[in-house]
Ligand binder design. Sequence first.
Ligand code: HEC
Length: 299
Amino acid sequence: MFSKFSIQSKYTLVFVVAILLVAVGFLLGVQDLKVKQLRNEARAVAEQVVSFRAWVAGSGVVWVDKLSPDFHDYLGKKMVHEGELMFSKNPALATRELSTIVAKSATRAKFRVTSDEYRNPANAPDGFESKAINSFKRGEKSGYVDGVDGGTYRYAQPIFVAKACMRCHGDPKDAPKEVIEKYGDKKAFGYKVGDVRGIISVSLPDITLAEVMSSFVNPYTIGLVGVAFLVSFLYTQFGLIRRMQVLTAKTERIAKGGFDEEITAPKGAADEIDQLAHAVDMLRRSLVIATRHLQKRKP
Ligand code: HEC
């Protein structure tokens, strides 16, 4: 089927196919790199949340002396001197408020803290988050769970119960009365140190193929592929095709009786066209000897 194609056309076809295969291989590699990049970004955010929560839990709760209109939720309140009120925010509440601020900011990564046993309905997990919590609790996954869901990269990592959490998530008898007053004594108690209490869930806009392509397909890559094609094109044209055309023309002249058409080729050449030239020249010499014999035998 390719017999009507010249070497140059066949070669161009091979070049295009090879470039396409390299491009596909490259994109598969980039896909992997992309997920690693997103995962690192998400993990960095999650670790900051862990640190922030550890800071609040280490102090028990944080006390604020006024409630801003956007963040009027609090756990407990107490009167300080001269009738001034202070309000407390527990780790999860403070984290939820931080999450709201971050969600409104320009950062790509948004996060939230959620649990299968949530006290606050605003912390209820969605489908991806429920699955992640279950796989951590069953011990199927330990470090993180991630995936792409409708153009969004989702990442979850477990939050474990530490000693500082036991006061509010261990035995309800030890719990501060504000917790019992606000959430009752049933929800999110009975945990032990080391239990999976919930997850930090991070979402990031997925990096699209078009974005990946735009950073790799630039004038330089296109130019380099062009130069690679040109170099190989010139080699095929002058290093192979041109030499074969010359050899064909000489062989045709010999076939028509031009036995003195000498074909020179370097001795012991590794180049296959030189070897072919050498073989043709040997054939020519044999023809010369054979015709001489024939002429001698003539009466
Ligand atoms: C001062 C009491 C207190 C301490 C200490 C505390 N928590 Fe909580 N935790 C709460 C309350 C109250 C809620 C409900 C928060 C809300 O309204 O968003 C909560 C909620 C949570 C949630 C979110 C799910 C839900 O129930 O809505 C997680 C996860 C969580 N806590 C984990 C921890 C971990 C881990 C620690 C220790 C590092 C800890 N908590 C320490 C009181 C506490």
